[in-house]
Design a binder for this molecule. Structure first.
Ligand SMILES: C[S@@+](CC[C@H](N)C(=O)[O-])C[C@H]1O[C@@H](n2cnc3c(N)ncnc32)[C@H](O)[C@@H]1O
Length: 281
């Protein structure tokens, strides 16, 4: 493998973050001897696989506008972002003041740097590092009460910024289908959507206001088919459920036991079976 900069890594903890699965994917499940032209990751989240592979040409996307704003600000204004983050304090009252910005009308007038610093601060100091909003789109995770959260990691932010600037990385804030419109033969696509819930009560749809339901999983499978027809190499991860196994029955499947990084219920943390689906050997 080409040498990569180890400081280029997720700058946020993200629900469904792939840190455990990534080494396994890189070792066993990428196309062999394959030089893809463009790397596509339309559900980028924390970006664990992107940052591990550090492709020179990529299109990354997520429907979460606050998340994508962080990527853009790290690319365009990292020094200003670092200066802002120096002022944040790990204190409960202060936390709720910052958290509640999106309950105020003036939120529209906040600058991209202010919004990105808020998301990074909340992610490091909120309970369990998750991004969750209520039906009105307001961030609603409580204060995490951590002793010493690493609110500002200068080395990682600078390394990620350099990576995004030194390479051809297109950052989009679209629906996955639109983000994949230009994918063509010779490109590699990694699909890591919100997972199909293992049981209805285990349903976890805390990513943004629009839940990812069964119809969305079916729309994604149709997109997988379209990418396959276009000649892209496609890899998908999801929960190992009967629904997903059946949906992708025409493709190669592998069952993986993985440890879920984030589960809001501590008792349910632990091994969750996952599935990898691909359209290549
Ligand atoms: C499982 S997470 C991705 C985790 C990521 N691979 C990582 O390592 O952190 C799924 C992501 O899909 C995004 N998402 C949900 N619906 C979407 C849609 N229709 N189009 C694009 N992104 C969407 C969510 O905002 C979330 O960040």
């Amino acid at each position: 493998m080409v040498s990569v900069n180890k400081l280029v890594k997720p700058f946020l903890k993200w629900a469904g973050g792939k840190r455990q699965l990534v080494p396994l994917i890189i070792e066993n499940y990428l196309p062999k001897n394959y030089n893809y032209q463009t790397y596509y990751e339309p559900f980028i989240g924390g970006g664990a696989l992107l940052f591990a592979l550090q492709p020179k040409k990529a299109v990354i996307n997520d429907s979460n506008a606050e998340l994508i704003n962080c990527y853009e600000v790290i690319r365009d204004s990292v020094d200003e972002l670092i200066d802002k983050l120096k002022f944040y304090k790990n204190n409960e009252e202060y936390y709720y003041t910052i958290r509640d910005w999106d309950r105020e009308e003036s939120f529209q007038d906040r600058t991209p740097v202010q919004r990105a610093s808020r998301i990074i601060f909340l992610n490091k100091t909120c309970y369990n590092g998750l991004f969750r909003v209520n039906s009105q789109g307001q961030f609603n995770v409580p204060f995490g009460k951590y002793k010493n959260p690493n609110i500002l990691d200068v080395a990682v932010l600078k390394a990620v910024s350099k990576y995004l600037n030194d390479n051809q990385i297109t950052i989009l804030n679209l629906d996955f289908q639109d983000a994949l419109k230009n994918a063509k033969r010779g490109d590699f696509v990694y699909l890591d959507p919100p997972y199909d819930p293992v049981s209805d009560t285990a349903s976890f749809t805390g990513y943004d206001v629009n839940g990812f339901n069964k119809d969305e999983q079916i729309r994604l499978k149709e997109t997988f088919d379209s990418l396959d027809r276009r000649g892209c190499k496609v890899l998908l991860s999801n929960a190992y459920t009967n629904f997903i196994k059946d949906l992708y029955k025409d493709y190669k499947q592998t069952k993986i036991s993985a440890i879920r990084a984030i589960n809001s219920n501590a008792k349910k943390r632990g091994k969750v079976d996952e599935i990898l689906v691909k359209n290549y050997e």
